[in-house]
Design a protein around this ligand. Sequence first.
Ligand SMILES: Nc1ncnc2c1ncn2[C@@H]1O[C@H](COP(=O)(O)OP(=O)(O)OP(=O)(O)O)[C@@H](O)[C@H]1O
Ligand SMILES: [Mg+2]
Length: 363
Amino acid sequence: MKIVLENLTKVFPQGKHTPAVTAVDHFNFEIPDGKLVALLGPSGCGKSTTLNMICGLETPTEGKIFFGDEDITNVPVENRDVGMVFQSYALYPHLTVKQNIMFPLENKKGKEKLGKQVIEEKAMKAAKLVQIDSLMDRKPSALSGGQQQRVAIARALVKQPKVLLLDEPLSNLDARLRLSTREEIRRIQQETGVTTVFVTHDQEEAMSISDLMVVMKDGVLQQMDKPQEIYDNPVNLFVAKFLGTPAINVLHGKIENGKLVIGKNVIFNVDLPDQNVSVGIRPEGLLVDENGPFVCSLQKIEKLGRDTSVICTHEGMQMDHMRIVVPSETKIENSDTIRFSLKPHKLYLFDESENRIALEEDA
Ligand SMILES: Nc1ncnc2c1ncn2[C@@H]1O[C@H](COP(=O)(O)OP(=O)(O)OP(=O)(O)O)[C@@H](O)[C@H]1O
Ligand SMILES: [Mg+2]
């Protein structure tokens, strides 16, 4: 089921003590049938609001939502055939785990009505998927946050919805379970082909799980594309900074007489008019090179097994220090300065409004 958002907008009106908030600002995008799309952005950027509108719990201020060709903007929640995992789990406290999972199936009416045994089997299958089948008789209050979260996932999956909406579904799981549940969600999604929107503020999670990623900031869509494409070609400084661990290194630079200059270093020739720029360099974008043009003060070397982190400073940097990742076999002289050459495709220039400036090789 393809999902189309057309000028989708949500303004929360002014309250007694709060100003009006535009939580989602004219979203236009299409989620192709059977794909998993991650909505990614910092806290408060409008991810949950977007999901709640797709689900039908929030009414848009403006714009439309289509499932396939059908305009469902005014269709009530219960008729949308969506499975949703809320950020706050929202389990029924008076029901057991098993009853919680069975609930969406018991609500089916008419010819869709299922027998008790089928319902129990489906519930058990969903519970097994997320490894909570041994907790079926407990009440939510007797579960940890991570266990409650998994019950919520099972409940969303059990009725095999047309659209699956997941709002930070892994936030309360420990690192290992988070990873395995993430893989499980991806597997189930691919097996069933259910169109899925997955909300997270964790860029690594978004990149690893999604077919397409939507990066948002302050209710405004910044970029939508394949995860690797966004990482390789961020449209602005915000997106460049939001993706990647360690984060991208950002420096003050300028274009002077057709050359990119960072601090005292002339980096390379560029065919651009004179201007101030921000320079983003991915941690993997620098090569230790005794003749390289980029000269840093060496602070610390962290051997991390597979690779080595070089912590250094540079007079142009916009942060406290720079982190550069090099292969562990790289030979590094123990001295005060360290020189690098740069991989041009790992370096981005941004103008004063923080939008990406196209370099020649981008064309
Ligand atoms: N019911 C509401 N009334 C007024 N403002 C709201 C309401 N719900 C959300 N907001 C505001 O809308 C903006 C977007 O909120 P939303 O919950 O969609 O963010 P989010 O991206 O899901 O954040 P998080 O990662 O913290 O869950 C925020 O500024 C929030 O304060
Ligand atoms: Mg949220």
